[in-house]
Design a protein around this ligand. Structure first.
Ligand SMILES: Cc1cc2nc3c(=O)[nH]c(=O)nc-3n(C[C@H](O)[C@H](O)[C@H](O)COP(=O)(O)OP(=O)(O)OC[C@H]3O[C@@H](n4cnc5c(N)ncnc54)[C@H](O)[C@@H]3O)c2cc1C
Length: 461
């Protein structure tokens, strides 16, 4: 039997999108070469070992991902000078996985096992946790939810240009209204219900069902590390500190890339670079003008996160994930939604030294608000008040707190105005994947699902 020649793919970026694509293609006789500009894998799904970072390294790493620290307690200088971060591992900012992730990981690395902490969604009052959707709630809302979950792709496409606000007016009362108001915000990382596409929310919600959230033990890096191991096991190459400076395009076809002064020819080029920045490495004049304008006009999402290092957390709440909507706080969309995660506070999360607990939280805002100090102050108050609701005496147990602000949490917001591009581009053999493109789910799931769509295109069945 004649063996087919291995084809080569150059993937730009070793974030979760690039690594998932690499792992999937390497299993199917593609020779995978991944080029990453940073010295570490993970992209925005990065876990930092804080024991070995200097304050300048930390600030630089955050800046590379369009983040900064507007507040901390004590000052960031004092935190570093007093070695308060020894033994801590921090993701770039708050991370948890929504439903659908296990299936994505299984597809990309069938033999690997990633140990995850799981939690349902809770709300809290004065230190007491309550399920966000109780069994009685679920029974009451089942007729409405069934109608939504059973809708097919045609119905969902028709709802793509309908705002979730309009849908809530039609279907939403009582608990269904609150669930739709909160979930649509958490699913899209957008507070303004006028901009959120009902079709997108339904599509994602259908995949997630009403499952809770997960967090990998040892941080989000576990997933990236497992994917990278699978790539190298199948003969793939990972080139770190290797920024791609040019995508070669000839006669409407991508033929290779330039990285660190060296040309690499290949049969497919896959970019995970933020689509707004694609034309810093691909010459605009090869693409239709309206395509260039469209990609450059797309908006991302933002948030303010908080990390709290606590010396004590009550058993009632540790290991649980809490959701909230704070009403009328003057942000875009008036109300602000977010999460406070205490799965990360469990000793088995591996994020804090012994007898210490790390709590992570975030509140949604838009990219402009993430740069506006007054808005950030308001959002910080919300995060502190939400933690106080869950751990009333948290200030007595607080060792330090760091609040990272993010201008680019999702590459492209899933809103009615922002139509995400397809993975196929107008250039032959050039594909876009990651959380900027049209794929089910949000954030990490969107990036992984886009890699699965690429697999369908590149692998002959
Ligand atoms: C603070 C924060 C919190 C988040 N929280 C969540 C969450 O709770 N749940 C969730 O689902 N999602 C969350 N997200 C979003 C999630 O992290 C992203 O959707 C996901 O990591 C995107 O993966 P990606 O591969 O598409 O892009 P990226 O991770 O951005 O990967 C792109 C990679 O390309 C590299 N690169 C760029 N240009 C070049 C070049 N020229 N040459 C070589 N390499 C290049 C970059 O360095 C990067 O490593 C969060 C994001 C942030 C920032």
């Amino acid at each position: 039997m004649v063996q087919k020649k291995k084809r080569t793919v150059c993937i730009i970026g070793a974030g979760i999108g690039g690594l998932t694509a690499g792992a999937l293609l390497a299993q199917h006789r593609w020779h995978v070469k991944i080029f990453e500009k940073e010295s570490v894998i993970g992209g925005r799904a990065l876990t930092l070992d804080m024991s070995s970072l200097t304050i300048n390294n930390y600030k630089e790493m955050l800046a590379n991902f369009q983040m900064h620290i507007p507040f901390s307690e004590p000052s960031l200088e004092a935190i570093f000078q007093n070695n308060l971060l020894q033994g801590y591992h921090l993701d770039l900012g708050f991370h948890v996985f929504g439903g659908g992730i296990t299936d994505n990981i299984k597809q990309a690395t069938p033999d690997a096992f990633i140990d995850m902490i799981r939690s349902k969604l809770y709300t809290a009052k004065q230190g007491n946790p309550y399920l966000f959707a109780t069994t009685t709630d679920k029974i009451k809302i089942i007729p409405n939810l069934l109608r939504l979950f059973l809708s097919g792709e045609t119905t969902m496409s028709q709802l793509d240009n309908v705002s979730i606000k309009d849908m809530i007016k039609r279907y939403g009362n009582g608990k269904t209204k609150i669930i739709l108001e909160l979930n649509s915000r958490l699913i899209t990382t957008v507070n303004n219900l006028d901009f959120i596409s009902a079709g997108e929310v339904l599509r994602t919600q259908k995949k997630m069902k009403l499952r809770g959230v997960r967090y990998p033990k040892q941080g989000i890096k576990q997933v990236c590390r497992t994917l990278a191991e699978s790539i190298t096991k199948h003969g793939g190459e990972l080139h770190l500190n290797n920024p791609v400076t040019k995508i070669h395009i000839e006669g409407g076809k991508a033929t290779g890339i330039l990285a660190k002064g060296k040309n690499h020819c290949c049969d497919a080029v896959v970019s995970t670079v933020l689509v707004q920045q694609l034309f810093t490495i691909a010459e605009k004049n090869h693409f239709p003008k309206d395509y260039v304008q469209h990609l450059q006009s797309l908006e991302g999402t933002g948030s303010l996160c908080a990390y709290y290092a606590l010396t004590h957390v009550d058993k009632k709440v540790i290991g649980k994930n809490f959701v909230f909507i704070e009403r009328n706080v003057g942000v875009d969309g008036k109300d602000a939604a977010g999460m406070v995660d205490l799965m990360s506070a469990l000793p088995e999360s591996g994020l804090a030294p012994p007898k210490q607990h790390l709590v992570q939280s975030y509140v949604i805002c838009n990219p402009k608000e993430a740069q506006h100090q007054k808005t950030l102050e308001k959002l910080k108050e919300i995060l502190d008040a939400q933690l106080e609701n869950i751990v009333p005496d948290f200030r007595q147990h607080l060792k330090w707190a760091i609040y990272p602000a993010i201008r680019h949490l999702d590459g492209v917001a899933k809103t009615i105005e922002n139509e995400k591009p397809d993975i196929k581009t107008p250039i032959d053999q050039l594909y876009l994947i990651g959380d900027c493109v049209k794929a089910p789910g949000i954030g990490l799931n969107c990036a992984m699902n886009s890699a699965r769509l690429l697999q369908d295109v590149l692998i002959e069945k």
